[in-house]
Write a protein that binds this ligand. Structure first.
Ligand code: HAM
Length: 393
């Protein structure tokens, strides 16, 4: 599914190593970020090089882009990837130490259309996965000058409210003041509500990009809004940033996130190349799909064999259905009809093929439509494949 959607948008697959030099992440994600300070799995290899299990995918893609000379003179390069990432966080629902991301990276375009293209590709993927209710929260962080100016303003504001902010945020005020903006502590949230907004500090041209993004999202029927507290926990971002939240995810509600990182390629030793990307958390995607009652994960056809003598013919039927290319399954434990139908219903089966002593004697199979109010009928065993072809193709 991901391959179909992302190929349609012109993205090519890329695979980068699970381990990289730890220094790559220090230089890209940022020395003072939580990821580098507290969450990287780091060790020394036999050659005494500091290695890290990758906490995210962007840094590795940029390194590969530079080292393998993947830049095309005039063309934008667009990549997608899928793989495990590692962060030593406190595990909870939606937050794992090993999780999986699908990521998109578009390198070489300065246009805000590259940002909207990334968002549209992500939205198309979510749509194909049956996710409804996701919301794009957009902010604009400007360039490093804008951010420096803003950090000063924010710090002076927070100093005036120092008594109302949490211990962690007091520490953040020195190292990474903008992270105070996405603190979940209720009292910090109150303080942040009246804080100066970064959008007021960024250059007019960048502010105009936010309008373009919101306009394109509205035109494409994608739910999105400006959210001044989206600041991202990685240092490489510039200009437009975003998070995609989903109401069914609880406290870890970011399904995906991304933004522009115009300075990173140069910072890691390549030629200055504007870039934008995003990554989606697969485990959170599955949580949202489950909450939406997604039945798509199970087989469409379940063979229900009743009694010992039906096991072998049932298994033969299962093999024939699979050989036809239909996804199908069967319970080998010879459980009751009720138990097997309940299991089929739970995994979202569309059809059940039931056979017991009676049907074997008559050489028939009962086809049960599992949709609500769907009936059942008995057909000759030899007609089953033809019938499935007709209803499923
Ligand atoms: P991120 O916000 O750190 O961004 O992660 C992206 C997504 O990965 C999150 O929205 C979430 O769904 C998922 N995720 C992160 N940490 C965990 C965890 N511990 N357990 C489960 N899921 C998690 C990045 O990683 C950037 N590289 C995104 C990007 C690509 N920006 C530009 N290009």
């Amino acid at each position: 599914m991901a391959q179909d959607v992302f190929t349609r948008f012109g993205f090519e697959p890329i695979r980068t190593p699970v381990m990289e030099e730890a220094d790559l992440f220090r230089r890209s994600v940022g020395e003072s970020t939580d990821i580098v300070q507290k969450e990287m799995y780091e060790f020394e290899d036999r050659g005494h090089t500091r290695i890290a299990l990758r906490p995210e995918g962007t840094a590795g893609v940029v390194r590969a882009f530079i080292e393998n000379h993947l830049a095309h003179e005039s063309a934008v390069r667009k990549f997608y990837y899928y793989g495990p990432m590692f962060r030593a966080e406190r595990p909870q629902a939606g937050r794992m130490r090993q999780f999986h991301q699908i990521g998109l990276e578009s390198l070489g375009s300065d246009s805000v259309r590259a940002d909207t293209e990334i968002m549209q590709a992500l939205a198309a993927f979510l749509n194909a996965a049956g996710i409804r209710g996701a919301e794009f929260q957009i902010n604009c962080l400007g360039d490093p000058d804008d951010r420096k100016r803003y950090a000063g303003e924010l710090r002076s504001y927070l100093e005036r409210r120092i008594g109302d902010i949490c211990e962690t945020c007091r520490i953040r005020m020195d190292a990474n003041v903008m992270r105070v903006l996405d603190c979940k502590n209720p009292s910090c949230r109150d303080v942040v509500r009246d804080a100066p907004k970064i959008l007021e500090s960024v250059k007019d041209a960048y502010r105009a990009e936010l309008e373009v993004v919101l306009g394109v999202l509205a035109e494409s029927g994608i739910k999105g809004r400006y959210n001044p507290t989206v600041v991202r926990g990685l240092d490489y971002y510039t200009r437009i940033v975003f998070e995609v939240t989903h109401p069914d995810l609880g406290s870890q509600d970011a399904l995906a996130a991304g933004g522009r990182y115009d300075l990173l390629v140069k910072q890691l030793g390549g030629r200055a190349t504007p870039a934008v990307g995003c990554a989606l958390g697969m485990e959170r995607l599955v949580m949202a799909m489950k909450a939406a009652g997604d039945p798509a994960s199970g087989p469409r056809i379940v063979v229900v064999a009743l009694g010992e003598s039906a096991q072998q013919p049932g298994y033969r039927l299962l093999s024939q259905i699979r050989a036809e290319g239909f996804d199908s399954d069967m319970d080998f434990e010879n459980r009751s009809l009720k138990a097997q139908l309940r299991r089929a219903e739970k995994c979202g089966a569309r059809w059940c093929l039931i056979l017991g002593d009676n049907e074997i004697q008559k050489q028939t199979v009962i086809i049960k439509d599992m949709t609500e109010g769907g009936g059942q009928n008995e057909i000759p065993a030899g007609d089953v494949l033809g019938h499935l072809r007709k209803v499923l193709q």
